[in-house]
Design a protein around this ligand. Sequence first.
Ligand SMILES: Nc1nc2c(ncn2[C@@H]2O[C@H](COP(=O)(O)OP(=O)(O)OP(=O)(O)O)[C@@H](O)[C@H]2O)c(=O)[nH]1
Length: 242
Amino acid sequence: MIKEICSALLEADVNVKLVGSLRKSIKQTVNFKELAPGVNKKRLIQKAVFDELVKLVDPHAEPFKPKKGKPNVIMFVGLQGSGKTTTCTKLARHYQSRGFKSCLVCADTFRAGAFDQLKQNATKAKIPYYGSLTQTDPVVVAKEGVDKFKKERFEVIIVDTSGRHRQEQDLFDEMVQIQRAVTPDQTIMVLDASIGQQAEAQSKAFKEAADFGAIIITKTDGNANGGGAISAYVSRSRAFCR
Ligand SMILES: Nc1nc2c(ncn2[C@@H]2O[C@H](COP(=O)(O)OP(=O)(O)OP(=O)(O)O)[C@@H](O)[C@H]2O)c(=O)[nH]1
């Protein structure tokens, strides 16, 4: 059974070294020689695997929690099409349903249609939003939006930024400028699960530029390679957004 589980993890693009250490820890945890008769071995292995996987992604740090009664600015960064806009709205709804006055700011002036997309998502989710069809400087839009919502006493202000690649220095500089302008309490990097082992280099580049505090992995529903992103992430020892 352990062999099957390890094969499944390898198929899901989990780093081979991680699978090896996982296998070792499971074998140490489940000592077959000393098992009492009648013990359900299958259950025991399942629990050991589950515990090890949880340990693997445990950031050993308290996840970011917004504070009531004050503005908490969250900025999203990530590659093009990784799912930032979609996830921003999901997170805004998540906090809204937990009693936080939440809103969205579209600082993506790069992609035509980005503001419309955010508007559509936000309207559907009944989340107030801010953006501009005429202002081309994302730093200005981000600052205006955050200032406006702060004045209106919003508690969770989520800033969506445009997608960028680590090779695009100008876009990276722009991301840093937005970060300086809105001084977020938390920066979240969004990673598409299908990126696989590439995630490590990407997250390293983003970490060095924007110093994110958490990662959200998207599209785990449609792709079997989520393990690559997870293992790359584990190697960078960053906190998952929970
Ligand atoms: N299956 C699946 N699709 C998703 C998920 N998250 C986002 N998408 C889809 O992925 C596509 C890109 O998502 P966006 O939210 O626009 O990504 P983005 O990072 O804001 O894109 P840019 O602004 O161009 O950088 C859209 O078609 C989404 O519907 C997810 O968790 N699962």
